[in-house]
Write a new protein. Structure first.
Length: 163
């Protein structure tokens, strides 16, 4: 089945949310499972153990390793992703939510290989394709062996798209 497992890299921006309707439509193409992935970039959160944080308990365990304010932020992100995941579940699509520290392209590529992902659904903006930022998108395209669905969304107020 071509789109049975979909990886949905999520970064809390409108461009990421713009991907959700396309994934829901993939149910008709036999999408059975969505993996929502938030990559904790070292420049944002510092260096934490490279493991899969797929529960609030695991995220809470980061207290002491990183600032409490960052842990609180990660828990808010996790809860927001779980809320979005509920819509997939309500539509009969099994969903996994996970946060993993690392570089964007390497982490997405690793995860896609590790979990047999059939499609990566990536939200971008026009800003993502600017001269100074297009490298991040290209790095993901080069690193991932699975097909990639790119959903371009309108510009965001004050946000910079996929970073």
């Amino acid at each position: 089945m071509l789109f049975e497992k979909v990886l949905y890299p999520f970064d809390m921006r409108k461009a990421s949310l713009g991907v959700k309707p396309y994934i829901l439509k993939l149910k008709e193409a036999e999408c059975k499972e969505v993996h929502m992935l938030y990559v904790l970039l070292p420049s944002e959160w510092g260096f934490v153990a490279k493991e899969e944080y797929d529960s609030e308990d695991k995220i809470e365990a980061l207290r002491g390793a990183i600032d409490d304010g960052y842990v609180d932020g990660l828990i808010r992100i996790f809860r927001k992703m779980k809320k979005i995941a509920e819509e997939f579940e309500e539509n009969g699509i099994k969903t996994r939510v996970v946060l993993i520290p690392g570089e964007l392209d390497e982490t997405i590529s690793y995860y896609a290989k590790e979990y047999g992902i059939k499609l990566v659904a990536l939200g971008i903006t026009e800003e993502s394709l600017s001269f100074f930022r297009v490298g991040k998108v290209l790095d993901i395209i080069k690193a991932v062996n699975s097909p990639i669905l790119i959903v371009k969304s309108p510009e965001e107020d004050g946000a910079k798209g996929l970073e």
